[in-house]
Design a protein around this ligand. Structure first.
Ligand code: HEM
Length: 153
């Protein structure tokens, strides 16, 4: 009799350990799902990236350190290209039809100071839309990774 009770208790304990292991698995799965969301998804899609880009355009056009670069630029066409470029860089389903960064900025004599001015304006635009710190750092990391193709070309 004692043996039967012991076995039953053991089985119950095993079952409950198994159940809580399943719960733990589910939690890990849920966490992984969040971690695997692309930057594009976490930014809220193309429309949100576009809003940041047009806010960036507003700041850049008022910034005397770099606005002379964009004197002849069509904001709609440039904004569309930059939006698609960032969208793709963030893992989104957009199609970028513009030129490579090296080719685009070739001969523009862009310096560190110009690049930093653009970066500063980008942070301002991201802050304007209250993009969280983590996503903001990822966007800035993406821009930073392209510096070598933009500066001194
Ligand atoms: C990582 C930083 C940068 C990125 C991702 C970027 C991205 C782009 C993109 C996607 C285009 C359009 C490409 C095309 O026309 O095919 C473009 C054009 C251009 N970029 Fe940049 N850019 C960066 C930094 C800069 C900086 C620092 C400057 C100068 C201060 C600059 C000046 C320009 C100009 C003048 C154009 C041409 C605009 C026009 O068509 O009139 N860019 N950039």
């Amino acid at each position: 009799m004692r043996k039967i009770i012991t076995s039953a208790v053991t089985a119950m304990v095993l079952l409950s350990v198994h159940a809580s292991a399943n719960e733990a698995d589910k939690k890990v799965e849920a966490k992984t799902e969040v971690a695997q969301k692309s930057l594009y998804d976490r930014l809220g899609g193309r429309a949100n990236i576009e809003a940041v880009v047009f806010k960036l355009w507003e700041f850049v056009s008022q910034d005397k350190r770099i606005n002379s670069y964009f004197g002849a630029t069509d904001p709609k066409a440039f904004g569309g290209l930059l939006t698609d470029f960032l969208c793709v860089g963030a893992g989104g389903p957009c199609k970028y039809t513009g030129r490579s960064m090296k080719e685009t900025h070739h001969g523009m004599q862009i310096t560190d100071a110009h690049f930093n001015a653009l970066a500063e304006n980008t942070v301002k635009a991201l802050d304007f839309y209250k993009v969280p710190e983590k996503e903001k750092n990822e966007v800035m990391g993406l821009l930073g990774s392209l510096k070598g193709d933009v500066v001194g070309q």
